[in-house]
Design a binder for this molecule. Structure first.
Ligand code: FES
Length: 107
């Protein structure tokens, strides 16, 4: 759609290959130059989140099956973005992606 409402200029951009994301695991990528985290909780099902920590804006990484912020240790669920451990109070915002064959595309 070109009517706005949550799409970005990066819509349609190839973000990663599906086969690059471990099933049950996560990788880092970028969408429109912004860091994101991609997870494949179940085979063929990809979810994406902003990698900007909701605490003070550090870049969150993948560590031990979760998303971990290096600055003050916040931990986020890799399948939902929910806070598992503070100091962050808010979840990582989800980012729209679609799977097309082996391609993960920004939505
Ligand atoms: Fe991420 Fe503080 S900026 S825990």
């Amino acid at each position: 759609s070109d009517s706005g409402g949550g799409t970005t200029d990066a819509a349609g951009e190839e973000v990663a290959a599906l086969s690059d994301i471990p099933v049950g695991g996560s990788i880092g990528a970028t969408i429109g130059g912004a860091p994101v985290l991609l997870s494949q909780p179940t085979e063929g099902d990809v979810v994406a989140f902003s990698a900007i920590c909701t605490h003070q804006g550090c870049q969150v990484g993948v560590e031990g099956g979760a998303f971990v912020c290096p600055c003050h240790g916040s931990v986020f669920d890799a399948a939902t973005g929910a806070v598992e451990q503070g100091p962050a109070l808010d979840p990582l915002p989800s980012v729209a992606v679609m799977v097309d064959g082996d391609r993960v595309i920004a939505g």
